[in-house]
Write a protein of this length. Sequence first.
Length: 119
Amino acid sequence: MAEMKTYTGGCHCGQVRYEATTDLAQVVSCNCSICHKIGAVLTFVPPEQFKSLSGANVVQTYQFNKKVINHLHCPTCGVESYATGKGPDGKEMFAVNLRCLDGLDLSTVTPFPYNGRDA
Ligand SMILES: [Zn+2]
């Protein structure tokens, strides 16, 4: 089991910043219509492992399909650094885009493919 670590991350221009604590045990590369386009590599954390540092009041929300996930992108640079929604158990969760974490070497994580396209 990988160890829990707190990462900082955010959008490209720096308006949206957050901290996320994760062991990166479950990393998902999703093929749904939006992840496919933006190339998101995601991990999911509960609210107590996510802390917004800035930008939560300015992010733009985009929803599609079943509208259960809030895709949050920065109004200035357009980068979707995280999303919020509810898991299958109804609990709130945060989807963190690993591409937006500071200093994370993505070649060290192995995402498993998630078939979001057909979900
Ligand atoms: Zn930005």
